[in-house]
Design a protein around this ligand. Structure first.
Ligand code: GLP
Length: 258
């Protein structure tokens, strides 16, 4: 795991965007896209680079991490609508190459299997962008998710529904109870993973993910098994890490090498 310590959300966005840009400039790329507040500064920076620096997404295929069950793609709070609003509609990514699980599929189990296979069929994900929930979830893989799980139907934790109620006029009951999410095994197959976390509300989850045991109880800890995972943190999110000095030293050496 590579830990990158940043001074602000904007700097987190720039560091994560650097990794995505480097891969996109190499040629056709498959990106895994996260929703939620955490990647907002990353998307803002990628949009800026598209507008001001000619960063092109024409050769990018994208797969979102997850989707609420029961919401059609055009529902304003579906992750399909969200990722379009926050990123895709502001760059030159071809909508035909944006893939999201169909939350309104009649057979959700079959839809999950289809989605997992579609990722494999596209050649796998080159760079997977991730956030982390305060309970350690990545995607919608709640605590106790199998570390080898594939894309599947999951029940959302009460804490996750409460956290996401802000997108449903503050009403927990309006937040769907089920979702489709890439599994931890699916996420683990990405060639590179970049997780961004902001704020002290994520500090305990970040500490467990980076410094705790690999455990289904902290799904983010599966990234300890990933061959190329980068964790980009603002001061709040990094505030419970115990080896900050080491991460700073390593970062200074790495930055010096580049
Ligand atoms: C959400 C999403 C995750 C996201 C996480 C953190 O419910 N399913 O993909 O990373 O929870 O959300 P936020 O970034 O808004 O704190």
């Amino acid at each position: 795991m590579q830990i990158i310590l940043c001074e602000s959300a904007e700097q987190v966005g720039r560091r994560a965007a650097d990794i995505i840009e480097a891969r996109v400039r190499q040629g056709p790329a498959v990106l895994g896209l996260a929703t939620g507040g955490s990647p907002a500064s990353t998307y803002a920076e990628l949009i800026r680079r598209h507008r001001e620096e000619g960063l092109r997404f024409g050769d990018v295929t994208a797969f979102t991490l997850d989707e609420y069950a029961g919401l059609p793609a055009d529902h304003p709070q579906s992750y399909h609508s969200t990722i379009r609003r926050e990123f895709v509609d502001h760059v030159d990514l071809d909508l035909a190459k944006l893939h999201t699980p169909r939350g309104d599929a009649e057979d959700l189990v079959a839809e999950a299997a289809r989605y997992d296979l579609a990722i494999v069929g596209a050649g796998g994900i080159d760079v997977q962008l991730l956030g982390i929930g305060a309970n350690g979830h990545i995607g919608f893989n709640e605590p106790t998710s199998s570390l080898r799980s594939r894309t599947r139907v999951k029940t959302l934790a009460v804490a996750t529904r409460t956290a996401n109620a802000r997108f449903f006029e503050g009403d927990d009951e309006e937040v769907p109870k089920l979702c489709l999410t890439q599994g931890l095994g699916t996420i683990g197959e990405s060639r590179q993973a970049v997780l961004v976390a902001l704020g002290s509300a994520k500090a305990a989850a970040v500490q467990a993910m980076v410094e705790g045991p690999v455990s289904a109880f902290c799904p983010g800890s599966v990234l300890q098994l990933h061959p190329r995972a980068t964790i980009v943190l603002d001061p709040g999110a990094a505030s419970q890490l115990t080896m900050l000095e080491y991460y700073r030293d390593a970062q200074a050496l790495n930055d010096g090498l580049q």
